[in-house]
Design a protein around this ligand. Structure first.
Ligand code: NAD
Length: 311
């Protein structure tokens, strides 16, 4: 049975990690979060130690390691800008890391982590859960069979309404979350690279605190993308039905259905990691460079490649 610790245990995504550790038959022994709203731990691991101070968490892990009870993995569910620091702590403590998306905010942060993997001999695993989605895997196989052909024409639209709290939290602070394209988009940009190969062009057409839109060209696709957390961006027919989320991906005009099958992807990610097949640092490079470049671009409109939701 492998031993885990969890950083960021009071947050939204942490229970998926607790569940994944449970469902894969392993043990969560320690949790850290400066926020103590962590009653959820009782549903999974009531005996886990809990710390609100990093130093006490560090002391606990150090004591365990010195008594031969060291951890195998530290799972990281903290805000995005803290990931690289928490990954370094995991590796230095002699554990492998399992890090939430986005691994880091900028590609050069990955270089530092690669060095650290070498010097500690430990591994960084990342959650790229869409790569494990059965419909995405099936689509990738279909696309690979159809090559070589002209590039596919892809429209990606994802609107996931968020309330006022979003902008008041770390998620609304670009320095902490990376902004909309990073925080909401990185899943999809990784999926596009996984489906369509190397990235060849990256344009930003519109960007504000709630919405971003642009164009990405891959080896095998031209993609117009639109991401928003603003419910006013929802198509009228979706809003009338009272829905707050709209997700659409079309390839050559045909809608791709992958709305189901999302819930167990963390457990599936853990299964892959535990069998030594986790997605490592290099797997993240293209998507992290994509979002970092988007963050540092000035938006410019483009008649040729603009997403239809940008008026
Ligand atoms: P959240 O704000 O709900 O949770 C973050 C937690 O980290 C909070 O409880 C906060 O108190 C804690 N925290 C803050 N500073 C810390 C520190 N120094 N040390 C330890 N803990 C600290 O956010 P969330 O939505 O749970 O997101 C957490 C991470 O998971 C983010 O990186 C996010 O991008 C990612 N995420 C992934 C998915 C997915 O589908 N894979 C979905 C949502 C979020």
């Amino acid at each position: 049975m492998k031993k885990f610790a969890l950083v960021g245990a009071a947050g939204y995504i942490a229970p998926r990690h607790m569940k994944a550790i449970k469902e894969t038959g392993h043990d969560l022994v320690a949790c850290l979060d400066p926020n103590d709203s962590v009653g959820i731990i009782d549903s999974y691991y009531p005996n886990a130690h809990f710390f609100t101070e990093f130093e006490r968490f560090d002391r606990h892990l150090d004591k365990r390691a010195r008594s031969g009870e060291g951890l195998d993995y530290i799972s990281i569910c903290s805000p995005n800008y803290l990931h690289d620091s928490h990954v370094r702590f995991a590796l230095r403590s002699g554990s492998d890391a399992i890090c939430e998306k986005p691994l880091v905010l900028n590609p050069w942060n990955i270089d530092g982590l690669l060095d650290m993997e070498k010097s500690t001999g430990r591994k960084v695993n990342t959650i790229l859960q869409l790569r494990l989605h059965p419909s995405i895997i099936a689509l990738r196989e279909k696309i690979q069979q159809q090559q070589p052909k002209q590039k596919f024409e892809v429209d990606l639209t994802y609107i996931t309404s968020r309330g006022q709290w979003y902008q008041a939290s770390w998620k609304g602070d670009e320095k902490k979350s990376g902004g909309i394209a990073t925080n909401i988009g990185v899943h999809f940009f990784d999926m596009l690279h996984f489906l369509f190969g190397d990235l060849q062009d990256n344009q930003l057409h519109f960007s504000n605190a709630t919405t971003a839109s642009g164009y990405l060209e891959y080896q095998h696709a031209r993609v117009r993308w639109f991401l928003s957390i603003d419910e006013k961006s929802l198509p009228a027919q979706v809003r009338l039905k009272g829905q707050r989320t709209y997700r659409s991906i079309t390839i050559d005009g045909e809608e791709i259905e992958f709305s189901g099958g999302f819930t167990d992807l963390h457990t599936m990610s853990y299964q892959h990691i535990l069998s030594g097949n986790g997605f490592g640092l290099e797997d993240n490079f293209v998507a992290i460079k994509t979002v970092s470049d988007i963050r540092n671009m000035q938006p410019k409109s483009s008649l040729a490649h603009q997403h239809p939701f940008i008026a």
